[in-house]
Design a protein around this ligand. Structure first.
Ligand code: ATP
Ligand code: MG
Length: 115
C-alpha cells in the first residue's frame, strides 16, 4: 500500500547486561523509501539493526513489518518474511561488489525476482 509504513520501530530499548545500548528508538520506513541511519561509533546503529532482524531481543518497544508485529521473533522467521539484514565488515563477500552483496538479500525471493 502506497504511503504505508513497511517497517516501524517504536520506543525500542536494548540492554547488554547492565549496559543500556538503546533507550527508546523510533523510526519508520515507507515502501520505496531509502532511510540512512547515522550516528557516532557506539551510538547503537548495529544494535538497532540486529534487534530488528531478531538477532537481539529488546527489553522494551516494538517492531512492525508490513503491519505485523515481529518484536522478538527468531532471526530465521524474520528472514522468512523477507526482511533481510546484509551485514558489514568481514561478513560480506569481499570479492563481490556492494550491489551484488545487496542482491544476495533477495535470495529468499529468487523464484519471483529476475535477479
Ligand atoms: N556485545 C556487546 N556487549 C556489550 N556492549 C555492547 C556489545 N555490542 C555493543 N555494545 C555497546 O552498545 C553500544 C552500541 O553499540 P553498537 O555496536 O550498536 O554501535 P554502532 O552505532 O553500531 O557503532 P559503530 O559505528 O562503531 O559500528 C556501545 O556502547 C557498545 O559499546
Ligand atoms: Mg556498528
Amino acid at each position: 500500500m502506497k504511503g504505508a509504513n513497511l517497517l516501524e520501530v517504536k520506543e525500542l530499548a536494548v540492554q547488554y547486561g547492565p549496559i543500556q545500548a538503546l533507550k527508546g528508538v523510533s523510526l519508520s520506513v515507507k515502501e520505496g523509501e531509502i532511510v540512512a541511519l547515522l550516528g557516532a561509533n557506539g551510538a547503537g546503529k548495529t544494535t538497532l539493526l540486529q534487534t530488528v532482524s531478531g538477532l537481539l531481543k529488546p527489553t522494551r518497544g516494538h517492531v512492525f513489518y508490513e503491519g505485523k508485529e515481529i518484536t522478538g521473533q527468531e532471526a530465521e522467521k524474520v528472514v522468512g518474511s523477507h526482511l533481510v539484514h546484509v551485514p558489514e565488515h568481514r561478513q560480506v563477500f569481499s570479492t563481490m561488489t556492494v550491489l551484488d552483496n545487496l542482491y544476495l538479500g533477495a535470495y529468499h525471493h529468487r523464484k519471483k525476482s529476475k535477479r
